[in-house]
Design a protein around this ligand. Structure first.
Ligand code: HEC
Length: 152
């Protein structure tokens, strides 16, 4: 006899639960159009660069920009003066390894078999600064750089 009493109670509870779930689903707020949390907004403002790359960007602007140009295309203020022209760094990244890039910056062009017009930075930047600027230079790559060959 007790069974007959319990079953409607169970059904009522199940229906109640279903109504509750449906209700919750209906009142759920629509997802925001930009899923990235607001806390990361500053990273987007900084162009998605990491802290290391941002430090490297400051170094690049202070030391390299003048020849290689703000975007690394080799069109800096001083570029017209130099023969060969400063390398278009946006095209070199896929051709050179990070170690090669670092050595060129550390030792300068002459010791790497490149033009002596690329100055050495071993006494200007500490090892962390060299790593930072190379990490930034690697972000300058544009287009299909990995195809190789087209260094100039
Ligand atoms: C006085 C001008 C000048 C400044 C300043 C300068 N560069 Fe250069 N850089 C050059 C020139 C010119 C070359 C091309 C050498 C060649 O083609 O033989 C070069 C080449 C390079 C290369 C080698 C590219 C390759 O072919 O492997 C890298 C990497 C580089 N520069 C990064 C930097 C960075 C990073 C800085 C700042 C820390 C910097 N350069 C500052 C003139 C400059």
């Amino acid at each position: 006899m007790t069974r007959c009493v319990k079953r409607p109670l169970f059904v009522a509870l199940a229906l109640g639960l279903a109504a509750l779930l449906a209700g919750c689903g209906g009142s759920r707020p629509a997802p925001p159009s930009d899923p990235a949390p607001e806390a990361f907004a500053w990273i987007r403002k900084a162009g998605g660069l990491t802290a290391q790359q941002l430090r490297g960007r400051d170094i690049f602007r202070a030391h390299c920009d003048i020849c290689h140009g703000t975007t690394g295309k080799g069109d800096g203020f001083n570029a017209f003066n130099l023969n060969p022209h400063p390398r278009d760094l946006t095209r070199i990244v896929g051709v050179r390894t990070p170690e090669d890039l670092r050595l060129s910056v550390e030792r300068g062009g002459r010791r790497q078999g490149l033009s002596p017009l690329m100055p050495p930075y071993e006494s200007t930047l500490d090892p962390d600064g060299l790593d930072d600027v190379v990490s930034y230079v690697r972000t300058l790559a544009s287009g299909p750089v990995a195809a190789g060959g087209a260094a100039h």
